[in-house]
Design a protein around this ligand. Structure first.
Ligand code: GLY
Length: 564
């Protein structure tokens, strides 16, 4: 250009330059960084802690550690140091993206038939209640890893809000009471859990203060010693002794050998958007991208609503069948990730989809999932760093077991393995060989922390909800792509199909009677649920003007803040 302009410009070139100048001045200046920073999480205390860390000079990764730790304290029914999760990170300075996999692992003494009786039948609740149901926790290691490798503040400062809340306590709300009621038996069975989370063996009244001194102590040890504060020394000894005394199979080696894994996220494209999500051992990203690819192949987003529900349900059915068939821990089994996320495969997979008829799934009768557990948060800082993190201890209050003297409530993530081919887990999900139990293996997850972006906008989203997580994120991503405001992503009415049971589950009132009649005429079985589900947290960055907006699911009690 400089060389050309040393000569007298031709009339054509001159006109072209004028046009370019006019376009440049008319085009909105692209805001390279967000105007502020934002956190959306499932609890106001966690959001407040994230914002405080950002405002004191921390980046999104520091804030993610703070938010995770506070959620571990104030949402003991959803996630915690006794559990695990996936933290999807985007670093603005170089565009580096990674998923920090802090998923639980099966203990080294785990066996594929450990939840079956002598006749090969599942032992009721063995993979759900008590310490035998617990995988080796990954969250403490993940928090230390993220703080060390990506944060810029000292771990002690980032964990301070959680330590204070554990020490001072938090107040029981309706949500806590409802969830404690559902897990009353399991909590009563563990004296340390009953002492912490119940009052005189009953669900505590509204406004009761839950104080967790031992948890504050364990967090303080982690703040001082890093992973050794949990996986070695006194805390580790107490965890192993308590688990073994109550019939579990953990050893010190299980704890010392636990490692976080950095994994390359899965990526897909949908209508000009880049969708980045969780790879195995989560099924979330693969199933999400497979569903988006099928919808693209069917050009299914512009249809009238009842017809679109049918196409989406059929797409869900097929992708969840693939989940059951192929997905597991890719460190142990071959998972055909490239094939499943390939648009060509999606075209083949959708080829038998009849726009006028439901395709029956092969018969089977799993329970309807409850899916109220787990938690999610989303963060964007003022440099453009992002975190989408979904964390879990599996079912409400995990296994219900607390190791005395540690404050650690153990997960029951072992139930996410396929304990026997075709036998459904607590979410009604079936699986096969790929997700069979093996020592040290990570159980298959549905957690789907996700980024969706194009030139003009960036979305960060995710939700709890067991098997329904992936279909909820699908609905959220479609809202983002349609240009809907962020409160629609989290608020839109939800429906779900997971291959088995062969039915469309939907939130109360999600379908009009006309839509119901249409879907039933196509051969769908409809199941209106008793209550809404999910707790999506999302942040949106408009790249044109730099503005941030955020939303917390109206079904929960979370908070979404944007700070200047
Ligand atoms: N425990 C729920 C999940 O990982 O999908």
């Amino acid at each position: 250009m400089r060389a050309l302009l040393t000569k007298a410009p031709s009339r054509g070139l001159f006109a072209f330059c004028l046009l370019v100048a006019a376009w440049v001045s008319a085009a909105p200046a692209r805001a390279l960084v967000p105007q502020g920073q934002s956190v959306a999480s499932a609890h106001p205390e966690a959001t407040a802690a994230g914002i405080a860390i950002l405002e004191s000079g921390g980046n999104a990764f520091d804030a993610a550690v703070a938010v995770s730790a506070v959620l571990a304290v104030v949402e003991p029914y959803s996630s915690g140091l006794g559990g695990g999760g996936f933290w999807l990170l985007h670093r603005a300075s170089d565009g580096f993206e990674v998923m920090v996999d802090g998923r639980e692992r099966a203990p080294l003494q785990a066996r594929r038939d450990m939840y079956l009786d002598a006749d090969g039948e599942p032992i009721p609740r063995a993979s759900i209640d008590g310490p035998l149901a617990a995988g080796i926790p990954g969250e403490p290691a993940a928090l230390v890893h993220i703080a060390r490798h990506y944060g810029r503040l000292p771990l002690s400062l980032v964990l301070a809000p959680a330590i204070r809340l554990a020490r001072e306590g938090f107040l029981v709300d309706e949500r806590y009471r409802r969830f404690a009621e559902r897990r009353l038996e399991a909590l009563r069975a563990s004296p340390a859990a009953a002492q912490l989370f119940l009052k005189d063996g009953e669900v505590p009244p509204l406004g009761y203060r839950v104080v967790q001194q031992d948890l504050a102590e364990t967090l303080t040890r982690i703040a001082g010693a890093g992973r050794a504060g949990f996986y070695a020394g006194e805390v580790a000894d107490r965890l192993v002794a308590a688990v073994q005394a109550a019939g579990g199979i953990w050893s010190s080696k299980d704890l010392s050998a636990y490692r976080v894994v950095e994994r390359e996220p899965v990526m897909g494209r949908f209508q000009g958007y880049r969708v980045v999500s969780a790879p195995p051992p989560s099924s979330g990203g693969v199933v999400l991208i497979e569903m988006l690819n099928m919808l693209d192949a069917l050009q299914a987003t512009q249809k009238p609503s009842a017809q679109q529900v049918h196409l989406m349900a059929e797409v869900m059915r097929r992708a969840y069948e693939d989940r059951a068939r192929y997905l597991g821990d890719a460190d142990f089994v071959q998972v055909p990730v490239e094939r499943l996320t390939d648009p060509g495969y999606a075209r083949e997979r959708a080829a038998d989809l009849d726009p006028e008829r439901a395709t029956p799934s092969r018969p089977f009768k799993p329970d309807v999932p409850k899916g109220a557990d787990t938690t999610h948060f989303s963060i964007i800082d003022n440099e453009g760093n992002r975190v989408a993190a979904t964390l879990s201890i599996n079912y409400l209050f995990g296994s219900g077991f607390v190791a005395p003297g540690t404050g650690i409530l153990l997960n029951d993530e072992m139930d996410d393995f396929s304990i026997k081919p075709g036998v459904p887990n607590v979410y009604g999900l079936v699986g096969n060989e790929a997700n069979a139990i093996a020592p040290g293996k990570r159980m298959l997850s549905s957690m789907t922390p996700t980024f969706v972006e194009n030139e003009g906008q960036v979305g960060v989203l995710g939700t709890p909800g067991g098997s329904r997580i992936i279909s909820m994120v699908l609905i959220g991503v479609l809202q983002a792509v349609a240009g809907a405001p962020v409160d629609h992503w989290v608020g839109k009415a939800r429906f779900h199909h997971q291959y088995l049971p062969d039915e469309i589950q939907f939130e109360p009132g999600a379908f009009t009677s006309k839509t119901r009649v249409y879907l039933e005429a196509l051969g769908h079985k409809l199941h209106e649920l008793d209550e809404p589900y999910g707790n999506m947290q999302a942040v949106h960055w408009n790249r044109e003007n730099g503005r941030l907006s955020a939303a917390s699911d109206p079904r929960g009690v979370g908070a979404a803040w944007v700070s200047k």
